[in-house]
Design a binder for this molecule. Structure first.
Ligand SMILES: Nc1ncnc2c1ncn2[C@@H]1O[C@H](COP(=O)(O)OP(=O)(O)O)[C@@H](O)[C@H]1O
Ligand SMILES: Cc1ncc(COP(=O)(O)OP(=O)(O)O)c(N)n1
Length: 268
């Protein structure tokens, strides 16, 4: 079995962060490992508090894993502080980590800054050049590029600018635009459009986390980036289609509806 590592924050409500990542890994038949960068107090309505884990403890978690276990892919999610980002990048280089997917988590959909704005430049400088795939959403791409994004042409241009910052490919996510949910993959040569119809639901908590983890799981199995991203897009679309109305706000995506159905279990 392939081992896939998530380096991310914990979401107490289980819809995003480490919890979404591990569920996604399990649904893909890969073994999930975790380095926790922060503990958040959040639910379907918002984020209420964040306790960062120290860079030293992050480094110790990474050493414990990489010194013992073969890691076939890594997904990086929420890392809020500059010194933690620098530590993670140094450790990924030291251990020769491969198949890195960087989800440029900045602000939760409820408006909480999961990345300290003072650390945005560090994230771009340290993590993007290590990534096989980087997965900005529209607001994140606007911060990274300093340009407004309203159209598919703007998304293509943003992908070009972000590609120049060092990743092997850029998946520009279009979930924040109106109309169909179109993501664009750019590998420095061509654009691949990944088109899915927009599902009308408020339950989209953790979609970015789930998508990036699915890409990492697919890369760990040897899929090329374009195939890994296409399969992950199909996965997130199904997970949103079967998302759960839980709590008073934005509920989570569902990872196991297929398994439950096959086992004859109810999962609604
Ligand atoms: N309502 C929706 N229907 C279908 N796909 C969606 C919907 N909302 C988001 N997606 C897809 O989910 C993934 C993550 O979306 P996005 O909202 O852009 O990122 P983030 O969760 O990081 O803000 C993308 O593939 C996007 O196209
Ligand atoms: C701990 C943690 N990490 C990341 C997020 C952001 O999740 P994402 O899927 O990108 O977006 P929203 O769920 O905020 O819409 C998070 N909330 N918590």
């Amino acid at each position: 079995m392939k081992n896939v590592l998530t380096i991310a924050g914990s979401d107490s409500s289980g819809g995003a962060g480490i919890q979404a990542d591990i569920k996604t890994f399990a649904a893909h038949g890969v073994f999930g490992l975790s380095v926790i960068t922060a503990v958040t107090a959040q639910n379907t309505q918002g984020v209420f508090a964040v306790q960062d884990i120290t860079p030293d403890m992050i480094a110790k978690q990474m050493d414990a894993i990489f010194s013992d276990i073969d890691v076939a892919a890594v997904k990086i999610g929420m890392v809020s502080q500059s010194d933690s980002i620098t530590t993670i990048a140094a450790k990924l280089r030291e251990w020769g980590a491969r198949n890195i997917v960087a989800d440029t988590v900045m602000v939760s959909s409820s408006g909480y800054h999961l990345l300290n704005p003072a650390a945005e430049a560090t994230l771009v400088r340290e993590l993007l050049p290590l990534a096989a795939v980087v997965t900005p959403n529209i607001p994140e791409a606007e911060v990274i590029t300093g340009r407004s994004i309203f159209t598919l042409a703007d998304m293509e241009e943003a992908a070009r600018v972000i590609f120049a910052l060092g990743p092997q490919s850029v998946l520009m996510k279009g979930g924040h635009l109106e109309g169909d949910s179109i993501d664009i993959l750019f590998d420095g040569h061509s654009f691949v459009y990944l088109d899915a119809r927009r599902i009308v639901t408020k339950n989209t908590h953790g979609t970015g986390c789930t998508l990036s983890s699915a890409i990492a799981a697919n890369l760990s199995r040897g899929l090329a980036a374009a195939d890994a991203v296409a399969a992950a897009k199909a996965y997130i679309t199904g997970a949103i289609e079967h998302s759960l109305s839980m709590g008073k706000g934005a509920g989570p995506t569902h990872h196991f509806y297929d398994l439950y159905k096959k086992a004859g279990m109810r999962c609604d």
